[in-house]
Design a protein around this ligand. Structure first.
Ligand SMILES: [Zn+2]
Ligand SMILES: [Zn+2]
Length: 196
């Protein structure tokens, strides 16, 4: 199963950061017995979608990032033999989606979006990487149909601030892993059926 990674803005220029992030995301899913590989699509960094910026608010709307993610997914699937299960768009600008004006990320059923803008708060590079991994795994969890989890250690626990993120792990709890496996398998099954 492939997760397509779409870097936008300045995050893509930090290739080592992106590579380590992708490795850690794979590790999180592997712990729940889900084998997926993160692949950068496309190879170059994309510009922030022009339509996203709202000058009055001074922030970027999330919807154009979701559209960009879908566009990249469709393009990449034309050249790849394997299906891209979900897409993760990573950006460095401040994102919002009224009424939510302070967001770390957001997700629909095929695209996850994460911004490192707020995660940078008082963070070393290592801390920023950890937070970005946790938020990416969290939003990807939503794309697999997972809801918020009450388990404080679980990556699906809701984080109100950066310190909540620091307190949880990058892994899914046993309960969430179970749901993840069921949903993951269903996705595989429907894909196999569609291709055969
Ligand atoms: Zn969430
Ligand atoms: Zn959980």
């Amino acid at each position: 199963m492939i997760i397509g990674i779409v870097p936008t803005g300045k995050v893509g220029s930090r290739i080592s950061f992106m590579e380590r992030m992708m490795e850690e995301i794979e590790k999180s899913f592997k712990k729940s017995d889900i084998d997926l590989s993160c692949q950068m699509i496309p190879k170059k960094t994309l510009n922030i979608p022009k339509l996203a910026y709202n000058e009055r608010v001074g922030k970027h709307l999330t919807q154009p990032f979701f559209d960009l993610g879908m566009e990249m997914k469709n393009k990449a699937e034309k050249v790849l033999t394997e299906e891209i299960r979900n897409v993760l768009v990573v950006t460095d600008v401040d994102i919002y989606d009224p009424p939510y004006i302070e967001l770390y990320g957001q997700a629909n059923d095929s695209v996850a979006l994460v911004s490192i803008f707020r995660l940078r708060n008082k963070a070393t590079n290592t801390k920023l990487l950890e937070r970005t991994v946790k938020e990416s795994v969290h939003e990807l969890g939503h794309t697999f149909g997972l809801k918020h989890c009450k388990n404080k250690d679980c990556v699906m626990n809701f984080s109100l601030n950066e310190y909540d993120i620091d307190d949880k792990t990058q892994f899914f709890c046993t309960e969430c892993s179970k749901i993840l496996k069921t949903n993951g398998r269903e996705a595989w099954a429907s894909w196999d059926w569609a291709k055969s």
